[in-house]
Ligand binder design. Structure first.
Ligand code: MG
Ligand code: ZN
Length: 454
């Protein structure tokens, strides 16, 4: 069984546990960029997770016979584009339903043109529809049409589904736990991305432009088979590093500046997400080094906390504790006015210099799906928020503390315009964790050596 077939079977069994029904998972639509030119096509992550199929205009339909409906047989269906010799001359190969069925292991496959008529048949007497709820006006309109077609047959004794479930909620929980196949792909995506960061470090010299460094990253991604950058790379030198989502990437690198690079590739649909910060001239200044080593210490504390049994929120808390203490020690925060470490944490005073979270789930999407809190409220905490969920083997997340110092009164001038982030991709394992992106160094000595040894 392919991993995709295993996941389809798993989804069907969960639909059965809810009484069975029909699930529909469409892929993404193409999007026009301007006349006659589309944006590069990227299939939908949920659809790909269940199929491995990358063509547009396709829909997965799963039928799950429930315990109460023994006559309904479970089956997996794919709707896709027909073969079209003329279009294939222009746009390239299409599987067509028959070849797609055998290649991707579905029980049956149909032309996408047959979707409306087949759905009306499949939904007849089905107890429930499992669909993405409120995600697409196009799909919502299609669902309305199918249900109306089924209801029109009520006089001959056919019933329409009486329940709707959000299929993404089920899939989000499945996608949060990576299987062996996914972990291998994510390791490779992280290896390629780490090597791209190393390439950028070796290439960097004062006087270059940020986009030239970006080109080195993209070169390394594509050279190794990655289909896309997983997100627009951030290549931010000097004060630009304090703009969290900077991506103009057009400034000249100045001797004495740091450069912050946040970039990862997407390999076979899986993302890497790595940030490194290093001196353009290969040598940290005193203030740069002090802040860099603070962020690195915070990252080490956070990664040490990313182990089974800890709650998700403890990673951020560990990073914040180290950063806040460092801000007091270094003098970014004035001990005489902000109070103790616990005051700084409780009042979130540290947010002047560290204003984002310490990570996110990583997978098919760079900010991957999955809840960060438990599904149910702790009965002992009536009226409170649901507790943060426990970390478990198979989860993959980023750990990315930073410090960003904008010029401000009371902030020592030697730290102004320094922006630092260090981000790694971490797989939670049975007895700890594994840093997927560890081949891109983070220590001051290794980084300085890599930038200087061209
Ligand atoms: Mg990132
Ligand atoms: Zn990230």
């Amino acid at each position: 069984m392919t991993p995709y077939a295993t996941r389809r079977a798993h989804l069907i069994s969960q639909m059965q546990a809810k009484g069975g029904g029909v699930a529909i998972i469409p892929t993404a639509e193409t999007a026009a960029r301007n006349s006659d030119a589309d944006y590069p096509y990227r299939h939908d992550s949920y659809f790909y997770y269940l199929s491995g199929f990358t063509e547009p205009d396709a829909v997965i339909v799963l039928v799950a016979g429930g315990n109460n409906s023994p006559t309904i047989q479970s089956q997996t269906l794919l709707f896709c584009r027909d073969k079209n010799p003329e279009r294939e001359i222009w746009d390239g190969f299409r599987y067509g339903p028959e070849a797609a069925r055998t290649t991707f292991g579905f029980d049956a496959a149909y032309s996408i043109d047959a979707l409306n008529s087949e759905m009306a048949k499949l939904l007849a007497n089905s107890p429930a529809l499992f669909a993405p709820l409120g995600n697409s006006t196009k799909l919502d309109a299609q669902i309305q049409g199918w249900l109306q077609a089924v209801r029109q047959q009520s006089r001959i004794g056919i019933s329409a589904p009486t329940a709707m479930h959000d299929v993404y909620t089920i899939l989000n929980e499945m996608r949060l736990f990576k299987d062996e196949n996914e972990i291998a792909l994510m390791q490779r995506a992280a290896d390629i991305s780490a090597e791209a960061h190393n390439r950028a470090m070796r290439f960097t010299q004062p006087g270059m432009y940020e986009y030239q460094i970006e080109a080195e990253l993209l070169h390394e991604f594509r050279k190794n088979g990655a289909q896309f950058p997983a997100y627009t790379p951030i290549v931010a030198s000097g004060a630009h590093a304090c703009v969290l989502h900077y991506n103009a990437n057009n400034a000249q690198l100045k001797d004495g500046d740091l450069i912050l690079i946040d970039a990862g590739c997407e390999l076979d649909s899986y993302a890497a997400d790595i940030t490194r910060t290093y001196p353009v001239n290969g040598r940290f200044s005193g203030p740069q080094k002090a802040l860099y080593e603070l962020v690195l210490a915070a990252q080490h504390a956070a990664i040490a906390t990313a182990i089974p049994g800890k709650r998700y929120s403890e990673i951020h808390a560990a990073a914040v504790r180290v950063l806040a203490q460092g801000m007091l020690d270094i003098g970014l925060l004035n001990k005489n006015t902000v109070g103790t470490l616990d005051d700084v944490i409780a009042k979130k005073t540290y947010q002047q210099f560290y204003m984002h979270g310490t990570g996110h789930w990583l997978g098919l999407d760079v900010h991957d799906v999955g809840t960060y809190r438990e599904a149910t409220l702790d009965p002992a905490s009536e009226g409170q928020e649901k507790p943060w969920r426990h970390l478990q083997a198979g989860m993959v997340l980023t750990v990315e503390p930073g410090v960003y110092v904008r010029p401000a009164e009371g902030v020592p001038e030697q730290f102004w315009n320094i922006g630092i982030r260090i981000e790694d991709d971490v797989l939670i394992t049975d007895n700890g964790n594994h840093v997927l992106s560890q081949t891109a160094p983070t220590s001051v000595a290794e980084i300085e050596a890599m930038v200087r040894n061209k």
